[in-house]
Design a binder for this molecule. Structure first.
Ligand code: 13P
Length: 253
């Protein structure tokens, strides 16, 4: 079975102590994950080592960075490279979150470079795509997300892209409490998979987990994750409340 993933994106929230407690509370629920199920915590850079040491005893729990730089190394004060993450045994990295696209001017071309650097450093990218409200209202969301995939991912060979994780996060659903309906989610996830299949074939497309993100909550996760092409979620707000994220992990197929 394709991997099913509950990924927490803490964004710029929690002090170190609050983060430790949140992880302790979630891990003390001792949810046993099946071999195809993963829980991933995308935490601020200064918490990577703490989080890694919290999860490393647990089966199928992982730490992720929320970003990496698009250059290998050099005079980029304040930035963190994929090689640095690899040297800290961080195996996942969120790439191209809409907040970074919007506030940090990240382009599809820069994200292609970041994805390459992740793969060079044995890091699985959690690649985010998703349309703003005006595109959804115009009904052109499929073309919009297809361009995001093509320009950032389709230079990859099949044996690399098959290891990626995609997160579809409609911008109008992020932090708004407005979730895509199960029909909307299934429709665009299926479309994304068909675009990948068109480029790389069905077998590759069927291996890639496509997560949904945007106001995933404890009370809607099960319904969203039950869609055939929704392979879990990338969760912001609800990942900061232990009881809620526990329910979201339990909602995985
Ligand atoms: P919310 O779950 O807070 O809507 O955030 C979604 C998100 O951006 C996860 O990366």
């Amino acid at each position: 079975m394709r991997k099913q993933i509950a990924a927490a994106n803490w964004k710029m929230n929690c002090t170190f102590q609050q983060g430790e407690k949140l992880l302790d509370d979630i891990l003390s629920a001792e949810i046993e994950l099946a071999s195809h199920q993963l829980a991933i915590f995308a935490v601020p850079y200064p918490y990577l080592l703490m989080t890694r040491s919290e999860v490393e005893e647990e089966q199928n729990y992982y730490v992720a960075a929320q970003n990496c730089h698009d250059k290998k190394f050099g005079a980029y004060t304040g930035e963190v490279s994929a090689a640095m993450l690899h040297s800290m045994n961080v195996n996942y990295c969120v790439i191209g979150h809409s907040e970074r696209r919007e506030y940090n001017g990240e382009t599809n071309a820069m994200l292609a470079d970041k994805v390459n650097l992740c793969f060079e450093n044995f890091i699985t990218p959690l690649f985010c795509c998703g349309e703003p409200l005006n595109i959804r209202e115009a009904g052109t969301q499929n073309d919009y997300v297809a361009v995001q995939l093509k320009e950032s991912l389709f230079h990859l060979p099949a044996d690399k892209i098959k290891n990626i994780v995609i997160a579809y996060e409609p911008i109008w659903a992020i932090g708004t409490g407005k979730t895509a309906s199960t029909e909307q989610a299934q429709e665009i996830h299926q479309y994304l998979r068909s675009v990948i299949a068109g480029q790389y074939g069905e077998a590759v497309a069927n291996e890639i987990p496509i997560l949904y993100g945007g106001s995933v909550k404890a009370n809607n996760a099960k319904e969203l994750f039950s869609c055939a092409d929704v392979d879990g979620g990338l969760v912001g707000g609800a990942s900061l409340v232990a009881a809620d994220f526990i329910e979201i992990i339990k909602a995985l197929k």
